[in-house]
Design a protein around this ligand. Structure first.
Ligand code: ADP
Length: 632
């Protein structure tokens, strides 16, 4: 007995200690989020209590499950009390001080990296409780677990240590007593608290009473018919779900209700911005999952496929079991059916938006397309629908975003065009200078110009769209309309006729001179001005993507390349004449190597021979000296 009456002293785990030092010594803005975090913990504890009651078949209607907030301006304290599950001694030790949640480290580095750190994200890192030390110099946690007859008092000044001692006479639940710092006494003013609670805690599913008066009287909006709801109510709910981190209002939302074959209601919100793009790591907030309005999980990430993980929202179903583990949920038929339905509804919405509010859809895609397109490789059942939702940059886009869908591309295609063309490159400017585009420009053929290598991966996973093969125009497989037909337009015929004498011999000469460096040298029908270009022998993957992959995987094999010569280019025409005289062969061999080097450079690849600097230097020297070995 004597043993349990003693005060035990503990040392905070190192990272928590560091976090506390940071939180208690800095004057962060947004200090009101402490209230939100503590209320949210209280609400969680009440959810767990309700769960216990339901699981035990205890349906006592008189059971009080509520949060009481009691400020005291005189003694400068603020008490947040709940009648939830409470904590045992061991839980206190574990939850509040000795075991660092994995998020604490991340949160610490986030705080120290930023000039104006945003503490409001603390809850997402699973260390919300410690925000208490932003407002208080001493925090007491009085708690009695539902599983015990007697309680405990945890106390700390937020420095290195905390103490735990037994405390008799406590009711079930937890009271957090904040002894407010001098500069935080505003948090003992009821009006200030009222405002904070209204901002952050309106939708908490349990009554919150401020000095005995309930402040959250709004019913859960998802159970109401759409027609009864105002836009602002959705916005408020959105702010609640995103803890205020998603801005004032969502980009768009969906309110779904179904009665058969199973009952569920859901509201899904698309936020304004994509946190992943800001370097916050992978989004994992999930959806709120309720059964008959009782929260089952607040971060259920299995209710939507991963490629829709940016959506916030809530699903409530009367047909879901309450007492079921996270793992077992995924085997639940109703759960899986709901997932299927809401995925379909979200895609339906995007499809409609693309057709009817194209501008908004493009803005949405620019923000979230990088996540949505992941679905191409993971959701086979919806691949067709998803492929229509993809957007790619194209000079022929009719939208100010500069993006086009594959459907629009196909609608613009010439009748005899059999393939969908794309070209990948490091930047838009570089792409536009790429000689591969010459023939496509001349024939006015649309080419998707991709700077993001993932877009090419997505296209290669698709392979075809609407029955048309999708090819990189630096591939040997590319087929130009007309290029193989004999009855082509007369200027094409002229081109063919104007292949200079000696061109065949030049091809042969180049092939020998570049033996081992290229797989083949052949005539090009894709160039109009440039003397030469490189194409990939075995189709599919563009040079750009090969480069990206070879940077990521050491030893990645680059595809064999074919050098194509343009018989219309003045230099090639001249070399075709010169090749007949053996005395010119050294010069032509130098030209072959230099043209190949230059074609490689154009693709952003370092030439694979060592003699380029010397060779170019001596060619320049000869020119400067006015000497020439060329015999005409
Ligand atoms: P999080 O709530 O994200 O897990 P916190 O640091 O806010 O992180 O809280 C740590 C843990 O302490 C909670 O997971 C919970 O187990 C426990 N806890 C906090 N507040 C309460 C409370 N009012 N009642 C019961 N347990 C609580």
């Amino acid at each position: 007995m004597t043993e349990t009456n003693q005060t035990e002293q503990f040392t905070f785990q190192a990272e928590i200690k560091e976090l506390l030092t940071l939180l208690s010594h800095s004057l962060y803005q947004n200090r009101e989020i402490t209230i939100r975090e503590l209320v949210s913990n209280a609400s969680d504890a009440l959810d767990k209590m309700r769960f216990q009651l339901v699981a035990n078949g205890d349906t006592d209607e008189n059971e009080t499950l509520e949060i009481a907030i009691t400020p005291d301006e005189e003694v400068k304290t603020l008490t947040i009390a709940d009648t939830g599950v409470g904590m045992t001694r061991d839980e206190l030790v574990k939850n509040l001080g000795t075991i660092a949640h994995s998020g604490s480290k991340e949160f610490l580095s986030k705080l120290s990296q930023e000039k104006q750190p945003d503490v409001s994200l603390i809850g997402q890192f699973g260390v919300g409780f410690y925000s208490a030390f932003m407002l208080a110099d001493t925090v007491e946690v009085l708690t009695r677990s539902f599983s015990e007859d007697s309680g405990w008092c945890w106390e700390s000044e937020g420095t290195g240590q905390f103490t735990i001692e037994p405390r008799a006479g406590l009711e079930r639940g937890t009271q957090i007593v904040l002894h407010l710092k001098e500069e935080a006494t505003e948090f003992s003013r009821p009006e200030r608290l009222q405002h904070i609670l209204q901002t952050y805690s309106t939708f908490v599913a349990h009554p919150i009473k401020l000095d005995g008066e309930q402040v959250n009287t709004q019913p859960p909006i998802w159970v109401e018919p759409k027609s009864h709801l105002k836009e602002e109510q959705y916005h408020e709910f959105y702010k609640y779900l995103t803890h205020g981190t998603g801005g004032e209002k969502p980009r768009w939302y969906l309110h779904l209700a179904s009665e058969t074959p199973f009952e569920f209601k859901s509201i899904l919100f698309c936020p304004e911005s994509n946190f992943e793009k800001l370097g916050f790591g992978k989004i994992d907030h999930g959806l709120y999952l309720c059964a008959k309005r009782i929260l089952v999980q607040n971060d259920c990430d299995k209710l939507l496929p991963e490629y829709l993980r940016f959506l916030y929202g809530l699903v409530d179903s009367a047909d879901l079991p309450l007492n079921v583990s996270r793992e077992a949920l995924q085997d639940n038929t109703v759960f899986m059916k709901i997932r299927k339905v809401i995925t379909k509804k979200a895609l339906d919405h995007l499809t409609d938006m693309q057709a009817e509010q194209t501008q908004d859809y493009h803005a949405f895609y620019q923000e979230f397309g990088s996540i949505l397109r992941e679905g191409i490789s993971s959701d086979f059942g919806n691949r067709d629908r998803l492929s229509k939702l993809l957007l790619f940059p194209s000079a022929k886009s009719e939208n100010e975003s500069g993006l086009t869908s594959l459907t629009e591309y196909c609608n613009r295609m010439a009748e005899d065009q059999e393939q969908i063309y794309f070209l990948s490159g490091q930047s838009k400017e570089r792409l536009e200078r790429n000689p591969h585009l010459e023939a496509f420009r001349k024939q006015d053929l649309e080419v998707l110009l991709l700077v993001d290598p993932v877009n090419e991966i997505v296209l290669s996973q698709l392979e075809k769209f609407d029955g048309k093969e999708i090819v990189s125009i630096d591939s040997a497989d590319v087929k130009l309309p007309d290029s193989s037909s004999d009855d082509s337009a007369s200027d094409d015929k002229d081109d063919k006729e104007s292949v200079p004498a000696g061109f065949e011999a030049l091809l042969e000469f180049f092939e020998k001179a570049l033996d081992g460096r290229v797989a083949e040298v052949r005539q090009s029908d894709r160039l109009t001005e440039s003397p030469c270009c490189l194409v990939n022998k075995d189709g599919k993957m563009s040079t750009q993507l090969q480069k990206v992959l070879s940077m990521q995987h050491e030893g990645f094999p680059m595809a064999e390349r074919i050098l194509e010569l343009n018989p219309q280019a003045p230099l090639i025409q001249r070399l075709s004449t010169l090749v007949s005289n053996e005395q010119n062969h050294q010069f032509i061999s130098n030209c072959a190597s230099t043209l190949l080097d230059q074609a490689l450079l154009q693709e952003g690849i370092s030439p694979d021979d060592d003699d380029m600097p010397q060779r170019v230097l001596s060619m320049m020297q000869e020119l400067a000296d006015g000497k020439t070995s060329i015999v005409t």
